[in-house]
Design a protein around this ligand. Sequence first.
Ligand code: ADP
Length: 270
Amino acid sequence: MDAIQVMNLTFSYDGQNDVIKDVSFSIPKGSYTTIIGHNGSGKSTIAKLLIGLLPAKSGEIRILGKTLNEESVYELRNHVGIVFQNPDNQFIGSTVADDIAFGLENHCVPQEEMQAIIESSAKKVGMMEYLDSEPTKLSGGQKQRVAIAGILAIEPEIILFDESTSMLDPQGKASINAQIKQLHTQKDRTILSITHDMEEVAQSDFVIVLKDGEVAMTGSPMEIFAHAKEMEEMKLDIPFALKFSKELIKEKITDQPVCTLEEVVKQLCQ
Ligand code: ADP
């Protein structure tokens, strides 16, 4: 069964200019999909449409087989968790621990189980020492870690990440990406991640490329990275190792690729 089905979705903020134009895609249950695209291509708008924060102009969204509409939106939100790029608007608790607890309470997790879940999810994102801190006083990257801990605690069936690691350093990103990957492989959660991080894209099963509100390409990371020219035209990056390899050939330092696309993707997926 598909976790998410998007059929001929169109949306406009002003009622005239469509920023999402007849977009269709399906996301199978238990898959890990990444959405990439240049700034303004419509990625965040799609995330908001998927959780019913914005109303579609036309088309249909089905979550776990059920049509998303005004009636179903609250029930469906129990199955879908989202971590936004800017976590400031997401904090409710006065401490990090309270904030994670709030989500657990909403999901009716028994009181006696909460402390262990709060600690283990804070540990996964490296925020154990900050459980008593005020979320608003943390750095941008730390806030993102706390927002992600909130989702790791609940483990909803479908998780949307909207550039949720954008403020982390490469090491921080890699460690959170490993947690996301684990949610997907060990817990069979459906992950949909909007990202600019090509190392993360490489570890996903399926990639959707958006351009000016339309689906420009879809495929496995390998299929997408093979379209280097189109990626460049859309101002999209490719994984560092591939870029480096291409530069060496361009500068005539070597005439053979130092690594293949397959090797890069395999290495990043370990
Ligand atoms: P992305 O996440 O890919 O950067 P967005 O979904 O944020 O793209 O934006 C898609 C388009 O919608 C852009 O042209 C942007 O200017 C426009 N847009 C985004 N948010 C709003 C808003 N609140 N009101 C009007 N236009 C918006």
